[in-house]
Design a protein around this ligand. Structure first.
Ligand SMILES: [Zn+2]
Length: 411
């Protein structure tokens, strides 16, 4: 398909419904002082978004099913009849929650585009032979309870139900209490095979969280892999003392070790083709006129392969003379290769891009489901910030691409 054709189709088929839906959710959860979004799981803002999603499902005559974890599925066609006949559904969608002061596009672009795809396919008179669902995953960002992709991790058994129930937000409210207050029963939290059986293929459309498509001059890409990533804690010991009276040669100042740790992380990341970030530190006692007694720093490292990432962490550990304690590790997630190749071919040889960000699609891929992702160009390259953006024309091209893919899969 040529880009001219995609633009023409976008104008004739999906622009109106996409634009109306986008306008409807744009004000929900937006913080006036920053322009960023604060859409956290199981809050009043979240309830408004879930209600909006349910309304869009009803308006299209889709059957709304809420699974054990609270993920919302809007079905076009009967998924259980399909399963009984040895088939399964084509699921599209993403999430509606955000990080603190996040952008408008991370998540909602995938949900709104998926609902618009239903309109596009119906306008074409398409009669799917596989049922199609639009999904809204619960608590993808983990902004409130600290665990990302909680909804998809719960139904695939990668997050223990009791652990999830007991997770606490900054006010000490547990996830179980928050869900119950929002009207969702937590008694049945846990692996949900009935829900997963219905999902034959999942395609998540997402705003790109980087500059790959800008450099390529293309509006849409297909995901190849989620790069391996991990988090490490580094403890640096020193000796608290007076900032005015302690001679330089008598100091044991862990702030100097922190400085060289940060520089070592940058140098090692450059050397091994990775990215490394020290974005969080805890300084004790954290006084302006006191040499610190102790500093804890957290290193986030991601890269093209496990060996490269581990080389970075080892180099940092050698430099700071301390052990980097692994707090989490996620191996490389490879999306269904033949599905990705098929999608790329359907989309005018759309480029394949790797990403350094986690997604529900990655969780489902790890659980063995056939999963793919489409990325829509982000002219700022910025994500998890109010500066995150996608041109409206590119959003429409994304809808068109997702419609093309969904039609081919559900035919
Ligand atoms: Zn996202």
């Amino acid at each position: 398909m040529t880009q001219d054709k995609m633009t023409a189709d976008a104008r004739t088929f999906d622009a109106v419904t996409f634009d109306a839906m986008w306008s409807a959710i744009e004000p929900i959860g937006r913080e006036a002082s920053t322009g960023g979004y604060r859409r956290y799981a199981w809050t009043r803002v979240d309830a408004s978004l879930r209600e909006w999603f349910a309304g869009e499902a009803t308006a299209r005559g889709l059957d709304l099913v809420t699974d054990r974890a609270g993920n919302q599925w809007a079905w076009w066609g009967d998924p259980d009849a399909a399963v009984a006949a040895g088939r399964s559904g084509v699921v599209i969608g993403s999430h509606l929650d955000s990080v603190p002061d996040g952008g408008a596009f991370d998540g909602p672009l995938g949900v709104v585009s998926a609902l618009a795809v239903v309109d596009v396919l119906r306008a074409r008179g398409f009669a799917p032979s596989r049922p199609i669902a639009v999904v809204n995953f619960m608590d993808e960002e983990g902004a409130r309870f600290g665990i990302a992709c909680a909804g998809s991790r719960l139904i695939t058994g990668k997050l223990d139900a009791d652990k999830a129930r007991g997770l606490r937000d900054a006010d000490g409210i547990t996830m179980a209490e928050a869900m119950t207050a929002a009207g969702h029963d937590t008694e049945h939290l846990g692996p949900d095979d009935e829900t997963l059986r219905r999902v034959g293929t999942f395609v998540e459309l997402h705003v790109e969280q980087g500059r790959g498509l800008i450099d390529l001059g293309r509006p849409v890409a297909v995901a190849s892999v989620i790069r391996p990533h991990g988090r490490w804690r580094i403890d640096l010991e020193g000796e608290a003392n007076h900032a005015g009276t302690t001679r330089l040669e008598d100091r044991r100042d862990p702030m100097l070790d922190l400085a060289s740790t940060v520089l070592a992380a940058r140098a090692a990341a450059t050397a091994h083709g990775c990215v490394a970030t020290v974005g969080k530190v805890r300084v004790e006692p954290n006084g302006i006129n006191a040499i610190p007694s102790r500093i804890t720093a957290w290193l986030d490292a991601r890269g093209p392969g496990e060996a490269a990432v581990r080389s970075v962490v080892e180099a940092v550990g050698r430099d700071c003379g301390s052990i980097a304690v692994e707090e989490s590790w996620t191996p490389e997630t490879v999306f269904d290769v033949s599905l990705a190749e098929r999608l790329s071919a359907l989309l005018d040889d759309a480029p394949m891009l790797a990403t350094g960000a986690g997604h529900d699609a990655g969780v489902l891929a790890t659980a063995g489901l056939s999963t793919a992702m489409l990325f829509v160009r982000n002219p700022t390259g910025i994500s998890h910030s109010p500066a995150e953006f996608a041109q409206r024309e590119d959003c429409h091209r994304g809808v068109e691409a997702l419609a093309t893919v969904t039609e081919a899969l559900a035919r």
